[in-house]
Design a protein around this ligand. Structure first.
Ligand code: UD1
Ligand code: UDP
Length: 384
């Protein structure tokens, strides 16, 4: 059997209860706080709306700049959060601590039967911790990912969240195996696919119709390179950040294709702080909307990134990806051949960019069938 093919589990029906009964007993708090969580929770929010489940959105305010936050609610036509804790930025402890206090207060008032969190941010950990101590059930969407690098804040968040969760929605077999290896009860794990596939399928056509970003940036299909880099371990480290910029310069000179870099505020601040020069051929732009980003991704020659979501999206869209990290919690992308690990050494970045640019784009998508959001809700209705 192809290891990357997902066997979807947990799809059985409503086992004897009627819909009205479900709506009475189930109240879901969707807790989110950053750009990728908004994008990846959107399919679940849509599924909640469609099936008229009693739910509300609790936004921690970890991301608050318009183009990392409200832009996505507007573009994806999502309902406004019922609560926004407005915790803003800070150290890990400051962010997580403020979130814990705020989330606990709201959960005590609203008394949901379950909270849902998605991914590996400080928001996810705070949501899972606050809920589990109130004996409210926790569902973790995108459970079981492991980079096996405990220096990454995201790895700590994933581990702790998975081990306090009651429902672990593993996107792939590989994530399922990680959870089983750590002794998590198999009855809590459901392999559902990743909701990013749903988000892409639901929005790609719209992106092609609505987004003019190629025209606006004067770009020709397959004749530009797209970049994102924002991870703490890369951009907060001067030599790694310089390595990435030098690697991008080498890549630009090799291909003579413009390098477009929608820059996360964290990376922008660090380039300024370290007084680094942005090399010729690299065009920094403000973070863009999901539809615009999808359009840029789908038509790029190559994508270089340290983002988790972008590694998945390029794999699904069949665009070769070079990951500017030493490890990945998305090994499926390496296995199918859509992605390669380059680290941050300039020569290695160029070498990997050359290798991937010749890649035949015929791998299979290992992340599911685009129905993860609906599947997750169905499982919850059945089990709660
Ligand atoms: C967070 C997640 C990371 C995820 C990323 C998605 C954690 C530990 N990290 O990283 O896993 O990949 O979100 O984008 O949760 N800032 C703004 N405006 C904002 C938000 C942040 O300017 O709306 C700037 C601030 O200077 C802030 C810095 O970005 O200090 C970092 O923000 P933070 O939310 O702490 O982490 P991210 O790097 O965004
Ligand atoms: N993205 C976006 N606009 C941008 C850059 C990224 O909409 O300017 C989207 C991208 O399509 C993906 C998500 O943001 O779905 C990835 O978020 P990010 O890289 O911030 O976080 P990570 O996935 O690394 O946690």
């Amino acid at each position: 059997m192809n290891e990357n093919k997902i066997i979807i589990t947990g799809g059985a029906g409503f086992v004897g209860r009627n819909l009205v009964e479900y709506f009475k007993i189930m109240k879901v708090a969707i807790i989110l706080g950053t750009r990728p969580e908004i994008i990846k929770m959107a399919p679940i929010i849509r599924a909640c709306e469609k099936s008229k489940i009693d739910y509300f959105i609790l936004h921690t305010g970890q991301h608050y700049s318009y183009n990392l936050d409200k832009l996505f609610f507007e573009e994806l036509e999502l309902p406004k959060p019922k609560y926004n804790l407005e915790v803003g930025s800070g150290t890990h402890a400051e962010e997580t601590g403020k979130m814990l206090i705020g989330i606990e207060r709201i959960l005590k008032k609203e008394k949901p039967s379950l909270i849902l969190v998605e991914g590996d941010t400080n928001t996810v950990l705070a949501g899972a911790l606050a809920a589990s101590k109130l004996h409210i059930k926790v569902g973790h969407v995108e459970a079981g990912l492991r980079s096996c690098d405990r220096r990454m804040p995201e790895e700590i968040n994933r581990l702790l969240t998975d081990h306090t969760s009651d429902f672990l929605f593993a996107p792939t077999q590989s994530a399922n195996r990680n959870l089983l290896r750590e002794g998590i009860d198999k009855n809590k794990i459901f392999i559902t696919g990743n909701t990013i596939v749903d988000a892409i399928y639901q929005n790609l056509e719209l992106a092609n119709k609505k987004s003019n970003i190629l025209k606006d940036l004067n770009l020709t299909k397959r004749k530009y390179i797209l970049v994102t880099a924002h991870r703490e371990e890369n951009v907060d480290n001067e030599s790694r950040l310089k390595g990435i910029l030098d690697g991008l310069e080498k890549t630009y000179k090799e291909f003579n294709f413009m390098v477009i870099y929608p820059i996360h505020p964290r990376a922008k601040k660090k380039i300024e702080k370290f007084n680094l020069k942005v090399p010729e051929g690299i065009k920094l732009i403000e973070p863009i909307s999901f539809l615009e980003f999808l359009q840029l991704e789908a038509n790029a020659k190559l994508v270089l990134t340290d983002s988790g979501g972008v590694q998945e999206e390029t794999c699904i869209l069949k665009i070769p990806c070079v990951t500017l990290r030493d490890n990945t919690e998305r090994p499926e992308t390496l296995e199918v051949g859509s992605n390669i690990l380059a680290g941050t050494h300039p020569k290695k970045i160029l070498e990997c960019a050359k290798l991937m640019s010749d890649k035949e784009r015929k791998w299979e998508n290992p992340f599911g069938d685009g129905k993860a959001g609906e599947r997750i809700l169905k499982i919850l209705k059945e089990k709660l």
